[in-house]
Design a protein around this ligand. Structure first.
Ligand SMILES: *Cc1c(COP(=O)(O)O)cnc(C)c1O
Length: 461
């Protein structure tokens, strides 16, 4: 009987049939593949509409995390889709050395126009980690070209995440991703994170930021002579558990970098393009970094594309005689791809023509009201929000913020509860967070939070 039901499921479920084929040939990111044997479902998605994903059996999932923080204006957004189709029919690709095209020109002009003042040069690449590699190499190479060849190190923050290629992983601080590869990596100088959850009792977010700036000053005092740059994720360390800090940290850090003459690299790959309430998180600290890394939301989440913006001062240090060999000879085949640039232009046109930031702030206020309830939950601690990112930690003991033993996989239980109820919310360990696409409605936010409250109840029981 059981065998008959199982074979009926096989033949009637397109999900099951696709999952079986997938697991024979694909190796998925960020996954212990063994878990797909039983506890972790593999869900084949055939279509997306607005904030919703639809699987091969027709089940719908509301995406509360924007497909890893990339989807801004909805799946299969008609405007972005039309721009992609039009560009694909006109010029799908051309090498970007010696050749250029209008989508890359217009996109670079537009990025320079909207970025913090002083960022006037754009270098395109394909994904976030490549953008971080480029910023690190450009910074090092700038000091090399300007005669400061003893500068070979980077200052990064505790709990940082900048991607998973070897350079980007070097300046990341999450043991889950980094520990195994440590023997292969650069050794950064790690400064304490300004994360306000780490504060002493009674300290405000600003107090924590100011104290951490003192720590940074001590580090730069000792290490500035050998440091190329400080790299930060402005306002929110996303992969590091949605840890947030005061904008005071950014303005103070800019001053310290100027004082000690090291570059400031802002990795806004996750927080750029309106996520924190302003177009770029750096705006809230009123700063211009020396390098700004962008990706995820750059194309509205439609295609892989990244960009590093920098100053003319940096750019000019790479000019000279060919024989002097001080050009930035770094390339990615598909950097600045015209179809990806066309998608990004369509996404930025939506920002120009619709009141996206005002609407995001209204959605963020609505989300804040809805999650307020969770502050009282006996197994929820550290409820926090910056713009359209809200997060909280599932804890065994609220008073002491003692986590559940990792082996209990509480966050996984929460994830599975969401999927059963048509909701994509994928916690980072036991940190539950909401990072919805900007096209989500208030009633879908209500639904998302309701499912999350039930899921938290189930996961912490
Ligand atoms: C996702 C992310 C990256 C890496 O981007 P990929 O496109 O996944 O390589 C780097 N930095 C931050 C802050 C990110 O969130």
């Amino acid at each position: 009987m059981a065998a008959i039901i199982a074979s009926m499921d096989e033949s009637t479920s397109r999900n099951a049939a696709l999952a079986v084929r997938d697991l024979r040939v694909n190796w998925h990111p960020c996954t212990q593949m063994r878990e797909h044997d039983a506890r972790l479902p593999m869900i084949p998605i055939v279509r997306g509409e607005g904030a919703w994903l639809i699987d091969a059996d027709g089940k719908r999932y509301l995406d509360g995390i924007s497909s890893w923080w990339s989807n801004l204006f909805g799946y299969a957004n008609p405007r972005i889709a039309a721009a992609i189709a039009e560009q694909a029919r006109t010029l799908n690709h051309v090498m970007f050395a010696g050749f250029t095209h209008e989508p890359a020109i217009r996109l670079a002009e537009e990025l320079v126009r909207i970025a913090p003042a002083g960022l006037e040069r754009v270098f395109f690449a394909g994904d976030g980690a490549s953008a971080v590699e480029i910023a690190l190499k450009m910074s090092f190479h700038y000091w090399h070209n300007t005669g400061r060849r003893e500068r070979t190190r980077f200052v990064s923050l505790a709990n940082a995440y900048h991607g998973e290629t070897l350079g980007a992983l070097s300046v990341s601080d999450l043991p889950l991703y980094r520990a195994v590869y440590a023997p292969l990596l650069l050794q950064p100088i790690v400064a304490p994170s300004p994360d306000w959850l780490d504060g002493e009792p009674g300290e405000s977010a600003e107090d924590v930021a100011l104290r951490r700036l003192q720590d940074m000053r001590a580090i730069l005092e000792r290490h500035a002579h050998e440091a190329c740059a400080v790299i930060v994720e402005p306002l929110v360390q996303c992969s590091g558990g949605m840890r947030m800090h005061s904008p005071v940290y950014l303005s103070g850090l800019r001053k310290l970098c100027d004082e000690y003459e090291v570059h400031l690299i802002a990795d806004e790959i996750a927080v750029g393009f309106g996520r924190t309430g302003t177009m770029f998180a750096c705006e809230q600290g009123n700063i211009t970094p020396d390098f700004l890394c962008l990706s995820k939301g750059l194309t509205g989440g439609a295609l892989a594309l990244s960009a590093v913006l920098t100053t003319n001062r940096v750019y000019e240090a790479f000019l000279g005689d060919y024989a002097a060999n001080n050009a930035f000879l770094h390339s990615h085949t598909f950097g600045g791809n015209p179809i990806a640039c066309a998608a990004a232009l369509a996404s930025l046109a939506i920002f120009r023509e619709e009141p996206v930031l005002a609407r995001n702030r209204a959605l963020a206020a609505h989300l804040a009201r809805r999650i307020a309830l969770l502050r009282e939950h006996p197994h929820v601690a550290g409820v926090r929000q910056t713009g359209l990112i809200a997060a909280m930690d599932l804890v065994a003991d609220k008073a002491t913020r003692t986590p559940f033993p990792g082996a209990e996989r509480r966050g996984l239980r929460f994830y599975l509860h969401g999927l059963r109820n048509g909701m994509l919310l994928r916690p980072l360990g036991d940190t539950v967070y909401f990072l919805p696409p900007y096209c989500i409605t208030e009633s879908d936010i209500d639904r998302m939070v309701d499912v999350a409250i039930e899921g938290i109840g189930e996961a912490t029981r």
